[in-house]
Ligand binder design. Structure first.
Ligand code: AMP
Length: 184
């Protein structure tokens, strides 16, 4: 299979080609059509197998079809660690480079609140967060999740190992019931 067969926006395909990828990995080949189709999925693959692009590419495709509203992210990605959150944010820069105006914010612990607060005020397509800091912003009314169309639990097994289950449940309770949930 080639990337061209995955029905992705040509702007995304151009970025994928520029990154030097020709063939989707198995998790991408199976995951991308399922996410594009709006299904709830659990994807299981080892690290280093292209898991990030398996959800980032279809997410950009779907976001390219709508518009962000102020203060209300359209998709939420939860990550167990700050480092992973930053890595996934970089993937949006790479794969979303030809999609004008894609707005991505990262909300993680251990860094000042200021820049995160101003990012949360504007229109947002993607919010990438670690659970603790996201809950701080939710408690102060700065992160509003009622417009989230897609939730990604990345490294979900690791988040559970780290004891994030109650935090995830709490966060999920603020999301619309009608949404897509993708777990890796
Ligand atoms: P990940 O498993 O998401 O951490 O990705 C591991 C590495 O594989 C990253 O450095 C990606 O840039 C790279 N990668 C992702 N998809 C592909 C692909 N289809 N072909 C070649 N490399 C890829």
């Amino acid at each position: 299979m080639t990337f061209d067969e995955l029905s992705l926006d040509p702007r995304i395909l151009a970025a994928v080609k520029a990154a030097g990828y020709t063939t989707p990995t198995p998790i991408q080949e199976q995951g991308i059509p399922a996410v594009l189709g709006g299904r709830d999925i659990t994807g299981i693959a080892q690290t280093g197998t292209g898991k990030t692009a398996a959800f980032v590419l279809p997410m950009i495709h779907k976001l390219g079809q709508g518009r962000a509203k102020a203060r209300m992210p359209r998709s939420l990605i939860l990550e167990p660690t700050r480092e992973l959150a930053i890595q996934v944010a970089k993937a949006f820069t790479v794969y979303g480079r030809h999609v004008q105006g894609l707005r991505v914010a990262t909300v993680v612990g251990g860094v000042p609140y200021g820049a995160q607060l101003s990012a949360l005020r504007g229109p947002l397509d993607v919010l990438i967060a670690t659970p603790g800091r996201l809950m701080d912003h939710m408690a102060s009314g700065k992160a509003i999740l009622s417009n989230v169309e897609m939730l990604v639990l990345d490294e979900a097994d690791r988040m559970l190992d780290m004891g994030f289950i109650d935090d995830i449940k709490h966060i999920a309770s603020f999301l619309p019931e009608q949404r897509q949930t993708v777990m890796f």
